[in-house]
Design a binder for this molecule. Structure first.
Ligand code: FAD
Length: 313
């Protein structure tokens, strides 16, 4: 029967890669049209724009090996270790870890990991029950690799998984990509916007991608995302107004695109890396640790090792 992984974001794909390496048969199902989940890159005006995760950081030595392979293949690039902090009419610098970006968009990294896996896209799973079964089909183990509220919709309310998934708030966010005829701002490369009612981050997509395209991606606060949940385009004017107060971008952009993330990140972190229930239903993702790309990779990878140890090849 093998393992069924629901969710082809970083956690689900990393889990499937590790299971395959251990000789455990695995299928991946995702309702989206492409792998990547929140590592989402959308093609706008002829180039990919990262409208999900802004960048990623690397601490885990094993993840560093994966990133090293992406770098050698030209898929990932160290972007910056210094971000700006934007305030009203002020710009400071904030040193930190190296932030990595992908010339082809962050989704391209998940696509690379997923090559060779058995992945079925545009397949929405409705129910995961005792057995375990996925929409009635039996499996040895079912992995739900997605935000808690999405996984909670799939499992029985009385299940052990449901108990793990209940009680943690997830914050929404609206990402607005905007393009200009030409670049009027000094490279940022990205800027935190602290204690601001409208914006939380501004990222220079041309700078991180390495092609210098005049494209910025703005991240809203959770409050703005809640206010415009039903119609995310309504967030574009206030977010652009706030951008103009913080940064001299000159004329209005020539195009904009808004994307709503209803479950962008968990409000709190967990101290465990995954859940593997006695009932064969397992949970992984960036909700298991701090909400980061690296956490998702680690959660999926460690879960796969625990599954392989339980059921073997
Ligand atoms: C706007 C934004 C900015 C971010 N910025 C950063 C950052 O700068 N640095 C960083 O490290 N991290 C960042 N993150 C977090 C990072 O994107 C996540 O930690 C990581 O991508 C999570 O991967 P995942 O596999 O756990 O979940 P996801 O990527 O959410 O994958 C879940 C998958 O499950 C699928 N799915 C859900 N329900 C079903 C169903 N019923 N049937 C089938 N498939 C289903 C979805 O389609 C999706 O593909 C950001 C996230 C967002 C949204």
């Amino acid at each position: 029967m093998g393992v069924v992984v629901v969710g082809a974001g970083m956690a689900g794909v990393a889990c499937a890669v590790e299971l395959t390496a251990a000789g455990v048969p695995v299928r991946v199902l995702d309702r989206g049209r492409a792998v990547g989940g929140r590592m989402a890159s959308r093609r706008i005006e002829g180039r990919p724009v990262d409208i999900g995760a802004a960048y990623f950081t690397v601490r885990d030595p094993e993840f560093a090996e994966v990133v090293g392979r992406w770098r050698s293949a030209g898929l990932a690039r160290p972007w910056t270790s210094e971000l700006a902090v934007l305030g009203d009419a002020s710009r400071e610098r904030s040193a930190g870890p190296v932030r990595w970006a992908a010339p082809g968009g962050l989704r391209s990294l998940v696509r690379d990991l997923a090559s060779g896996l058995d992945v079925t896209l545009e397949h929405e799973v409705a129910h995961v029950g005792p057995g375990p079964v996925v929409d009635g089909e039996p499996a040895d183990i079912v992995v739900l690799a997605m935000p808690d509220p999405q996984a909670l919709q799939l499992v029985d309310p009385s299940s052990a998984a449901a108990a793990q998934l209940t009680g943690r708030e997830w914050r929404p966010l609206i990402a607005v990509a905007a393009g200009w005829e030409s670049r009027r701002w000094d490279p940022l490369p990205a800027a935190f916007v602290n204690d601001n009612p409208v914006l939380s981050l501004v990222a220079d997509d041309g700078d991180r991608r390495g092609d210098a395209a005049p494209v910025l991606v703005l991240h809203s606060t959770a409050d703005v995302a809640r206010e415009h949940d039903a119609a995310p385009d309504g967030a574009i004017p206030p977010m652009l107004d706030m951008l103009r107060r913080l940064l001299d971008v000159g004329v209005p952009p020539t195009w904009t695109h808004a994307h709503r993330w209803r479950f962008a990140s968990p409000a709190g972190k967990r101290e465990v890396d995954f859940h593997l229930g006695d009932d064969g239903i397992a949970l992984a993702g960036d909700g298991w640790g701090t909400s980061k790309v690296e956490t998702a990779w680690r959660s999926g990878t460690l879960l796969a090792r625990a599954i392989a140890a339980r059921i073997g090849p």
